[in-house]
Design a protein around this ligand. Structure first.
Ligand SMILES: [Zn+2]
Length: 492
């Protein structure tokens, strides 16, 4: 998507963010809620982890509502795995929650929000030169979270008002793409001043680089990738007046590149080979960008006819383009060839299932999916693909029980919740369907419709005291958020 076509959409989002102010009143430093114990923090004004989480959750709900959030389950699954691999290599990250997400935007950027939410622009993934380079940026952002760089800056604000929260969102979603357009759109909220909230100081950057590289090494990636990526960034800014967005929030000095290179020398040299999933995810993102690019599709078609599409990433790119443009039969053909060559690859299996589903032959995939699922029962990709096919094949009960086995780890996965609600509806489990739909809507920040669904669920489970207690708690949570929203509105 070109930048010019982005602008009107952005303006709409920014104005809708302004119009629907949510409950940030509770964030003021003098909040009248009782102080939570500040575990592991020094006494004083440090923003508690619980409060930081609350702010992060609210920001995330707004981002989920925007069309910029990439909802593709494959891309999300990949980035979670990459992120967790790095988090697991950092003892300071133990016990903290991390969530990784992708913003559909071709520019190169990454950022850490309060509450362990780490966002990557899709352009960062496609322009990374290797998986280690991508991991170096993710590791750097994880370090900003573990060192509480943003949290420390937030606590300095005497009052975390709605404008400052909107400033963060605006700087994440808009100002980074086109500083002028973004800032003009939120001028009323003094976003120009607030944009600096997510910018990091040089000493923060140094610390995040140092910790990031330790993580990179411990997770088995090539530590030289950090300085490689800095060089890529510098090269790309050499020919344009506007530097890559990541440099606006993470200042890059000559010093920083040299330091990264010197530090890498201290670690044993490791050659990390890119995973197949990394290259396929890049193709999957590209296929979304190229969807309306007829010339690019024709070019690939020509190469395919002449048997010149050799690499798996090129063939996958072509198959995805075919699938997304309605030619699922041909896509199925290419994907099954690929799966034969890389059998057991779950990303390819998922994509093949999608193609079969699109051409109405999803049922054919069930034996293969069930077999793979028995080998790796907790694979989110396989669970989603299999239950979707069960649903299409009128086996809603099977879909429901498969999905329910993994409800704990998927409470924040909108794709999962949507499928579960459908499975519960089709199995005639209406009260459960109301509750799941409520959770889904709450996740997307639609508080009032979520409340309605929880009320319906409560009414429908009147004979089940256990369910009543659980739903009452959900209702109380959503009511509290609505009250906070109303109180915020009356203050403005
Ligand atoms: Zn940084």
């Amino acid at each position: 998507m070109g930048k010019s076509s982005m602008k009107p959409v952005l303006t709409t989002i920014i104005s809708s963010l302004l119009a629907t102010s949510l409950g940030f009143a509770t964030y003021s430093a003098s909040a009248n809620t009782p102080d939570l114990p500040k575990i592991g923090e020094t006494a004083g004004s440090t923003l508690s982890i619980a409060k930081e989480q609350q702010i992060g959750d609210d920001i995330m709900r707004r981002i989920r509502r925007s069309e910029f959030l990439m909802k593709d389950p494959i891309v999300n699954d990949y980035i979670q795995h990459l992120g967790y691999r790095l988090v697991a290599a950092n003892p300071d990250a133990l016990g903290r929650q991390f969530r990784f997400f992708v913003i559909q935007e071709n520019s190169i950027n990454a950022f850490a929000l309060p509450g362990g939410y780490i966002g990557l622009h899709s352009g960062l993934i496609t322009s990374s030169g290797s998986e280690s380079e991508l991991a170096s940026v993710v590791g750097h952002e994880v370090a900003h979270v573990t060192q509480r760089h943003l949290a420390r800056r937030l606590e300095k604000q005497s009052e975390l008002s709605l404008p400052s929260i909107l400033g963060i969102i605006a700087s994440v979603l808009a100002a980074t793409q086109d500083p002028e357009a973004g800032i003009a759109g939120v001028a009323a909220t003094q976003a120009a001043g607030q944009q600096s909230i997510i910018n990091h100081t040089r000493s923060n950057e140094k610390e995040a680089d140092r910790i990031g590289i330790t993580m990179l090494s411990a997770a088995g990636f090539d530590v030289r990738a950090a300085s490689d990526f800095f060089e890529t960034l510098q090269q790309s800014s050499r020919y344009t007046l506007k530097p890559p967005e990541i440099l606006l929030t993470h200042p890059l000095s000559r010093n920083r590149i040299a330091a990264a290179r010197e530090r890498a020398e201290l670690y044993p040299k490791v050659t990390h080979e890119d995973s197949l999933d990394y290259t396929l995810v890049k193709s999957r993102i590209r296929s979304k960008n190229l969807l309306h690019d007829r010339a690019a599709i024709r070019e690939l078609e020509k190469k395919y006819q002449q048997d010149e599409l050799k690499s798996p990433e090129e063939r996958y790119l072509f198959a995805e383009l075919l699938k997304n443009s309605g030619n699922s039969e041909q896509a199925t053909h290419i994907l099954s060839q690929l799966y034969e060559e890389y059998s057991g690859n779950q990303l390819l299996l998922f994509s093949l299932s999608e193609a079969h589903l699109a051409s109405g032959s999803g049922k054919k995939m069930l034996p293969l999916l069930e077999e793979q699922l028995s080998k790796t029962p907790d694979s989110t990709k396989l669970i989603l693909a299999t239950s979707e096919i069960y649903l299409k094949a009128d086996q809603a009960n099977k879909a429901e029980s498969l999905l329910l086995r993994y409800s704990d780890v998927n409470q924040n996965n909108p794709t999962y919740l949507k499928l579960l609600a459908k499975a519960q509806a089709d199995s005639g489990h209406t009260p459960e369907m109301y509750e799941t739909t409520g959770q889904y809507l709450l996740l997307l920040g639609d508080l009032r419709t979520a409340k309605k669904h929880f009320e319906l669920a409560l009414h429908a489970t009147s004979k089940d005291p256990y369910a009543q207690t659980r739903i009452q708690a959900r209702l109380e949570d959503v009511r509290q958020q609505i009250r906070a929203e109303i109180s915020e509105q009356s203050q403005r």
